[in-house]
Write a protein that binds this ligand. Structure first.
Ligand SMILES: Nc1ncnc2c1ncn2[C@@H]1O[C@H](COP(=O)(O)OP(=O)(O)OP(=O)(O)O)[C@@H](O)[C@H]1O
Length: 531
């Protein structure tokens, strides 16, 4: 048994160093730090060295003249090519400035109060701010997380972080928010290798995008109408980084969820506008259902191949006919292509439904409602691949109202009334990842959240504002061809005949017995050789 008297206290021997050795160690340490700083900031070092030399050589004029010249060159650069000016000149300088004087100064306090600092071994450990890049609208902070942290912890604190740095909006990305540039030409190989290094996967790092200037506060003008729409990138909205948000419409259905007066109309009309070139050429056919009696869409009637706005019977017929078109294409294209490419002979059919709940939940006639639900279910589950797409808007995304919610691969959430509705529209966890669609301010009409291709984090965008005058102009200039409604005439076209197939070799049928036993059974009754 151990008693208190048996215990030994072991203390490490203290190493007593002479004072001069400690002083040399400290000097070496500071020298090394200074050298390391110079290596990490070569531009600043060169500027200081050149500035000092010029000052010694020419006095004050040696500093003032180059500064004025640099400012004039910078102004000229900005005037001639603003985007490259931001990328290579103003962005890095502003980023550095804001890193030192905005983010570093508040870092410890912000991390601690946003619950992102950890305590380990009686010490507070903070996430490390590695870099800040700025552009016209955003600051992108590269942050090394504390060991054991996940990007979700930062995503939960997104709003707190934005306010901690004096802004209203921020977003947290687990991977770099920008895409690697497409390189071509002589240096493509070398630059591609550099990009691979820059865009490598860094699981210990998160990217906090702080919205410095909210580019979505101002109205977004309608986008140009392309004569041939690019169905893989239709520009519909402005992003926070001032770039266009483009919809990939091929082989997808689109669901737009938003409370009343949130601007669903501007999403639908922005889409109609960028498709207008295809509508007039016959590459796109819009079949529009407006259960609100034509309030929203009657003004653009000439653009639509089919339009139903008064009778629910007619709306059900329209959907049934869309299913017929889909079936015909399925039969014709089976085995030929995997995804339908729109052509003049085989146009893209886009069924636009404003306020879908009127068809799926509020319709009194049960039989009609069932008929509509059947057609919608078929279109949503099978139509995308054969170019019969559904774009639907609705106010209430609950399951009882829209049972087919999960069949829409592309979702857009405008302003919503409840936090729970955000995940219903955009998918589970979208609100935690920063889609605060239930906290839209009053001015934010046509502002919404979308999921960008390839990133799980939602992006905030504002759709272009299409006024009634724009709609009238569009209808006058890009009306659908006279025979646009006649797509059903194509149904019933000869379908490909069944290809001739060689008969399959016949399998030997019989009891499941081992070959040795079968041989015995197969012997001729007169004891001959096995067959
Ligand atoms: N992108 C936009 N930019 C600025 N204002 C917009 C935008 N979209 C819509 N608005 C304005 O917001 C208001 C509501 O728009 P809209 O009618 O399109 O909303 P909605 O969601 O379709 O409404 P409802 O559910 O009643 O049909 C209108 O006054 C419109 O002018």
């Amino acid at each position: 048994m151990t008693t208190a008297g048996d215990l030994m206290v072991i203390r490490p021997r203290r190493l007593e160093l002479p004072v001069w050795l400690i002083a040399i160690g400290l000097v070496l340490r500071w020298l090394w730090r200074g050298l390391w700083w110079c290596l990490r900031h070569p531009v600043a070092v060169v500027l200081v060295v050149v500035g000092v030399s010029l000052y010694r050589e020419f006095g004050r004029a040696g500093v003032i003249v180059p500064v004025v010249l640099a400012a004039a060159l910078s102004a000229l650069w900005r005037w001639r090519h603003e985007s490259s000016w931001w990328t290579w000149w103003a962005g890095p300088i502003l980023g550095r400035f804001r890193q030192l004087f905005v983010y570093r100064r508040a870092w410890r306090e912000a991390m601690t109060l946003c619950d992102l600092a950890k305590v380990y071994d009686h010490r507070t450990v903070l996430p490390e701010l590695l870099r800040v890049r700025s552009d016209q609208a955003l600051d992108v902070l590269t942050i090394r997380m504390v060991r054991g942290q996940t990007p979700e912890e930062f995503q939960k604190a997104t709003a707190n972080l934005a306010y901690a740095f004096g802004r209203r909006h921020a977003r947290v990305y687990s991977e770099r928010p920008d895409d690697p540039p497409i390189r071509s030409g002589y240096w493509a190989l070398v630059l591609g290798a550099v990009d691979r290094l820059r865009f490598r996967d860094r699981p210990s790092v998160v990217y906090l995008v702080v919205v410095r200037t909210d580019a979505l506060r101002t109205l977004v003008d309608p986008f140009d109408v392309p004569s041939v729409p690019d169905f893989t990138a239709l520009p519909l909205a402005r992003r926070e980084d001032l770039r266009h948000w483009c919809l990939h419409l091929l082989a997808t259905h689109v669901l737009i969820g938003g409370a009343t007066r949130s601007g669903k109309g501007s999403v639908l009309w922005s889409l109609v506008r960028v498709l207008a070139g295809g509508i007039s050429s016959g590459l796109v056919r819009l079949w529009v259902i407006d259960p609100k009696g034509g309030m929203e869409f009657a003004m653009g009637r000439p653009l639509f191949a089919r339009f139903a706005c008064k009778s629910f019977e007619a709306m059900a017929d329209l959907l049934d006919e869309a299913v017929t078109v889909m079936r015909e294409r399925q039969t014709r294209l089976a085995g030929a292509v995997r995804v339908h490419t729109p052509t003049l002979a085989d146009p893209l059919v886009v069924v636009v439904i404003d306020e879908m709940a009127a068809l799926t939940a509020y319709l009194q006639d049960v039989d009609l409602r069932k008929r509509i639900a059947g057609s919608l279910g078929l279109l949503l589950s099978q139509g995308a691949g054969v170019g019969v797409l559904v774009v639907a808007a609705l106010q209430d995304p609950r399951k009882e109202v829209l049972p087919f919610r999960d069949l829409f691969p592309t979702r857009i959430a405008l302003g919503l009334t409840e936090a729970a509705q955000v995940d219903l529209v955009l998918g589970d966890g979208a609100r935690n990842r920063g889609a605060l669609a239930d906290q839209m301010p009053r001015w934010a009409k046509g502002v919404g959240y979308v999921i960008l291709d390839g990133t799980p984090e939602p992006a905030r965008v504002r759709f272009s504002y299409i006024s009634d005058d724009h709609i009238r102009e569009l209808a006058a200039e890009y009306s659908a061809p006279a025979d646009a409604a006649d797509i059903l005439a194509q149904v019933g076209r000869e379908t490909a005949t069944e290809p001739a197939r060689p008969p399959l070799p016949r399998q030997r049928r019989g009891p499941l017995l081992p070959d040795s036993l079968l041989n015995i059974l197969d012997r001729d009754t007169d004891g001959g050789e096995p067959r």
